[in-house]
Design a protein around this ligand. Structure first.
Ligand code: NDP
Ligand code: 2IT
Length: 459
């Protein structure tokens, strides 16, 4: 027994030094890509017990191969604004890994988009998509285009120019983009229209997040936010808590945030705060979701305008202050690294019970440690926000079958998928000696599916 324990320790030490050395190579080979380094580090740290247990992953150089995208496409996007001026943006598509299915992942339009952001998102997507149990590989894309203040025609011309280049690289069996920050149903519509024109065929399955009238799936709009709440609900129940009667803080007020708020409210919670990139809102009475939906989805206005209609609410400039509001459950649903160590410590001091990542990588590695070290229930992004891409895969299935399922049917499937992701992540966390640690569990469960497929398919 003692000999066995010693052998285990040696394997673990060897796996640890292998991972540390390889991480250094990733940093050296991808200088200045800090977000990508962060995403890789989190996954690598989780995988040490797996590598110690199954050295064939090392023998087949799975980690060396998985951190190098199949290809990274970067291109020029010229377009004309309403004054006739010619503008140029940069577009990206990273096709990271297609071991288990066609590349799949969203497109982000935001001025902060660069190679590092696209690669961190694409890398995360590999494991998230594997967790959904559907046959989809990992990809991501976007542009440093800023949709704020642009007219509808400018958005259309930009999307057409973006697709004129992107269309060479995508297809229903190759790579299937969707939305992300700054890309919703309107943008997907313009992108689809241009793809259709260029390809000369009606290939509905080339993009997901389409309008309901032309191949979109019911519940795709709600899927990420609803899915996050379904996942967090399971996690809460495992510890004897529920959303009912809890106070919830949700950052952002975009697609993910709005539907996370909606489902949390449906489950009996009181959502007391949300935000946008300018500042945050606190409404002691509970955020009036109808007002937020109208301001954000219809009128394209700011969170600050909410106080004009609800004078009892308080608005404060700046984003990070939202985490100083005491709550039972915190759902960061805006963007990467929006919650740092100080914010996490503040939530902890105020008695937070659970944190669920609706956004991709919203918590820094240090913030995650604060939660895990202090028994705060923590739902990592790859698992908690996988509902969006899951329903995207259901949209692809409906497109292939030329069918359209009801809202109830898609929502029921979404709930089943989120439940399975939770179970699988918990099981992996137990199997690899970190029971209840969903970060480790989700990373391992997603990784094993992709790694085994890579081994089966050869080098
Ligand atoms: P939206 O564009 O619909 O909304 C984004 C929200 O976050 C807005 O309220 C925006 O405020 C705010 N925000 C964006 N950037 C920043 C920033 N730098 N600082 C503070 N606030 C910011 O995007 P989504 O809701 O679709 O995406 C939100 C997050 O969820 C992202 O991390 C995305 O990758 C992730 N995600 C999205 C999925 C989807 O299906 N859409 C699926 C899985 C994950 P403002 O309006 O002022 O810019
Ligand atoms: O981060 C994500 O999972 C998404 N933006 C959704 C991707 C998709 O293909 O639906």
């Amino acid at each position: 027994m003692l000999v066995l324990k010693e052998a285990e320790q040696t394997n673990k030490r060897e796996a640890e030094s292998y991972v540390n050395e390889l991480f250094q190579t990733v940093v050296n080979r991808n200088p200045h890509e800090y977000e990508f380094h962060q995403a890789v580090k989190e996954v690598f740290n989780s995988l040490i017990p797996v590598l110690a247990n199954k050295p064939e992953y090392i023998k087949h150089a799975i980690l060396e191969r998985i951190v190098e995208p199949d290809r990274m496409i970067s291109f020029r996007i010229p377009w004309q604004d309403d004054t006739g001026r010619i503008r140029v943006n940069r577009g990206f598509r990273v096709q990271f890994n297609n071991a288990i299915g066609p590349y799949k992942g969203g497109l982000r339009f935001h001025p902060s988009v660069n190679a590092s952001i696209v690669k961190f998102l694409g890398f995360e997507q590999i494991f998230k998509n594997a967790l959904t149990g559907q046959s989809i590989g990992g990809g991501k894309g976007g542009s440093d285009f800023d949709p704020k203040g642009k007219s509808d025609f400018e958005i259309m011309r930009f999307c057409q120019s973006f697709m004129t280049e992107l269309c060479k690289h995508i297809g229903p069996n190759t790579d299937v983009p969707a939305g992300d920050i700054g890309v919703g149903a309107r943008e997907i519509g313009y992108l689809f229209g241009q793809y259709k024109k260029l390809s000369g065929a009606y290939e509905a399955g080339v993009l997901t997040g389409k309008g309901i009238g032309y191949g979109g799936s019911l519940a795709r709009t709600e899927a990420t936010g609803y899915g996050t709440v379904y996942f967090v609900d399971q996690m809460l129940k495992s510890a004897g808590y529920t959303f009912h009667g809890s106070t919830v803080v949700v950052s952002g007020s975009g697609n993910v945030s709005i539907y996370a708020m909606e489902k949390a409210i449906q489950l009996g919670a009181k959502v007391i705060a949300c935000s946008d990139s300018s500042g945050y809102l606190y409404d002691e009475q509970g955020i009036n979701l109808a007002t937020i939906k109208r301001l954000k989805e219809v009128e394209n206005r700011r969170c600050s305008d909410y106080t004009l209609e609800h004078p009892g609410a308080v608005y404060a400039e700046g984003c990070s202050g939202i985490w100083s509001i005491p709550c039972d459950i915190a759902l960061p649903c805006a963007t990467q690294n929006e919650m740092d160590k100080e914010a996490a410590e503040c939530l902890l001091r105020n008695g937070v019970r659970a944190v669920g990542e609706g956004a991709n990588m919203p918590c820094t590695l240090e913030a995650i440690d604060v939660f895990l070290d202090n028994q705060v229930l923590f739902a990592p992004a790859k698992a908690a926000n996988a509902g969006g891409v899951s329903v995207s895969a259901l949209e692809m299935a409906q497109n292939s079958a030329r069918q359209a399922w009801t809202m109830e049917e898609v929502d029921a499937r979404l709930q089943v998928i989120m439940g399975k992701i939770y179970e699988e992540s918990i099981r992996a966390s137990e199997l690899y000696g970190r029971p209840g640690n969903l970060v480790v569990g989700a990373n391992i469960a997603g990784f094993i599916k992709v790694a085994d497929a890579m081994i089966a398919q050869g080098i």
